[in-house]
Ligand binder design. Structure first.
Ligand code: AMP
Length: 218
């Protein structure tokens, strides 16, 4: 069985989560979002959740040591045997190096880094309009991708909510943090040679088709 190890890179609002759900279904690999793991921990009121929440509410990054530990823990689960899709991790060069070392020690590597590029004004619009199902996590957008019934999830009928960190102030900070701390990963993966750049504003279907083309190697 072929392993397919993918990283989705791109600023908040680039469409990583939306594409991740499709890629995960297409290739049968788990969608691993460190943000989702933190949000789940916040919901459950765990120690990890309490620590992470302080940073998340301000739009800052959770410290590397904490993130690396939970990511490695997740990657050791059985369902990652045939590959995995990382969404929102790594976010710093330290995290990327830790990930490479972890994979190398298990004889693995990252096959593709898919970099979704989107301009800031589009990101702002998307993030402020984003609504997430509180039960199944499906994402909608009041502007571009509205649910059939306002406030209700198309998939499961759950209630749609705004993410706590999708406020104007926090969104601005998250985009700055992305540019300062995560953008250097582009150069990091350029050196390795496994990164591909995509126009994240090209529309859901077009972006997904482009991803499939890259991953299938055609
Ligand atoms: P996301 O759902 O990927 O937008 O992540 C939401 C928030 O969780 C981020 O703004 C960070 O505060 C935190 N977070 C998620 N993943 C990471 C990571 N790899 N490194 C540091 N902080 C993270």
């Amino acid at each position: 069985m072929n392993m397919t190890n993918i990283i989705l890179l791109g600023p908040p609002g680039a469409g990583k989560g939306t594409q991740a759900a499709r890629i995960s279904a297409e290739y049968g690999i788990p969608h691993i979002s460190t943000g989702d793991i933190f949000r789940e921990n916040i919901k459950q009121g765990t120690e990890l959740g309490k620590k992470a929440q302080e940073y998340m509410n301000k739009g800052e990054l959770v410290p590397d040591s904490l993130v690396i530990e939970i990511a490695e823990d997740r990657l050791q689960k059985d369902d990652c045997r045939n590959g995995f899709l990382l969404d929102g991790f790594p976010r710093t060069v330290t995290q990327a190096e830790a990930l490479d070392n972890f994979l190398a020690s298990n004889g693995g590597k990252i096959d593709w880094v898919l970099d979704l590029e989107v301009e800031k004004d589009v990101l702002m619009k998307r993030l402020l309009g984003r609504r997430v199902c509180k039960d199944c996590g499906a994402t909608f957008n009041v502007v571009g991708m509205p649910p059939k019934k306002e406030g209700i999830c198309d998939n499961c009928g759950g209630q749609l909510k705004q993410r706590a960190d999708d406020t104007e102030e926090t969104v601005n900070n998250r985009i700055d943090v992305y540019n300062n701390e995560t953008k250097p990963l582009v150069a990091y993966y350029e050196r390795i040679g496994n990164i591909r750049h995509l126009d994240g504003a090209a529309g859901l279907e077009n972006v997904f088709n482009e991803i499939k083309r890259i991953v299938s190697g055609s």
